[in-house]
Design a protein around this ligand. Structure first.
Ligand code: F6P
Length: 324
């Protein structure tokens, strides 16, 4: 293998730049050329590629977002789109890909490999931490810390006004951001899609808190919870208890996707970028590189996107135990 290309795709995540840097520098170290593809699969189809040398990835390890930009490509979901993408790689003699993204990115990479045989290694980059085959994904730690900073601030005002705050965090269908924020932020309750929490249970938790002389509460709601988003949940509660509690809702939103990556995310991203290049060079393909129990592991795309990564029940129980 003499030439590879790297791209970022799907929702951006802090640490993607550190991963791009590690991929490019890892390639140069192993004496292969690196190309960057702009805007993920869309850029690949359009031929938006450029060679990346070492200075091109200088001074980016600390930056949020992605210098290669990102997109969710509809065109790549079609066979015609993927055929155009293959042509672009052929024209430039690119023999391998490093795909930084989440499950949508790897679904595309798997289809592409199956049709055209281009070896691809995925590096898990998503704040959602929802991929099997890695303990953590690039961006998750930063997103949790960003959300936590906001939650700490919300607690100050919640406490001053004796209020209940419903704080909605991202995560799509996964409750990983929610559960870590709940534990680290000392929340009274966490509502995540992985467990069922009824409106009645929320009301009971709030009433118990009030009986044990708590005058403010923080409920973390993961956006994918089965009872709805934070606004809907607060509305349902209000309908049942009327004005018994003074409630407010804060949706943290895309703030969780930005900002300078934490040391943990930079280190994880660096390991995964280099691991992706070395995986390609050792003949690995159609797989995601991850870190499990501090060891680099390669998991076939099929498993990384198809298998569930369950949240530990111990962590879920811990929020309740520690909020008495
Ligand atoms: O997958 C990352 C993520 O931020 C999810 O947590 C969230 O549901 C989604 O992307 C938001 O997507 P968009 O930026 O397209 O609104």
């Amino acid at each position: 293998m003499k030439r590879i290309a790297v791209f970022t795709s799907g929702g951006d995540a802090p640490g993607m730049n550190a991963c791009i840097r590690a991929t490019v520098r890892g390639a140069i170290y192993h004496q292969i050329e690196a190309y960057g593809i702009l805007r993920g699969y869309d850029g690949l189809i359009k031929g938006d590629l450029m060679p990346l040398d070492s200075p091109a990835v200088s001074n980016i390890i600390q930056k949020g977002g992605t210098i290669l930009k990102s997109a969710r490509s509809k065109a790549f979901m079609t066979k015609e789109g993927r055929a155009k993408a293959f042509e672009q790689l052929q024209q430039r003699g690119i023999e391998g890909l490093v795909a930084i993204g989440g499950d949508g990115t790897f679904t595309g990479a798997k289809a592409f490999y199956e049709e055209f045989g281009i070896p691809t290694i995925g590096a898990p980059g998503t704040i959602d931490n929802d991929l099997y085959g890695t303990d953590y994904t690039i961006g998750y730690d930063t997103a949790v810390n960003t959300a936590l900073e906001a939650i700490d601030k919300i607690r100050d005002t919640a406490d001053s006004h004796d209020r209940i705050f419903f704080v909605e965090v991202m995560g799509r269908d996964a409750g990983y951001i929610g559960i870590f924020c709940g534990i680290a932020g000392g929340a009274e309750l966490v509502m995540v899609p992985e467990t069922t929490t009824t409106i009645e249970e929320v009301i009971q938790t709030l009433k118990q808190g009030w009986r044990s002389s708590k005058t403010s509460s923080i409920i973390i709601v993961a956006e994918g919870d089965e009872e709805g988003n934070a606004t809907e949940i607060a509305k349902k509660i209000k309908q049942k208890v009327s004005d018994q509690f003074d409630m407010r809702v804060t949706t943290l939103g895309h703030i969780q996707r930005g900002g300078s990556p934490t040391a943990r995310d930079r280190i994880l991203a660096s390991r995964l970028g280099l691991g992706a290049v070395e995986g390609l060079l050792s003949g690995k393909k159609n797989a995601m590189v991850g870190v499990c129990n501090d060891q680099l592991v390669y998991t076939p795309f099929e498993e990384a996107i198809g298998k569930e990564k369950p949240i530990s029940q111990t962590l879920i129980d811990m929020v309740k135990i520690l909020s008495i």
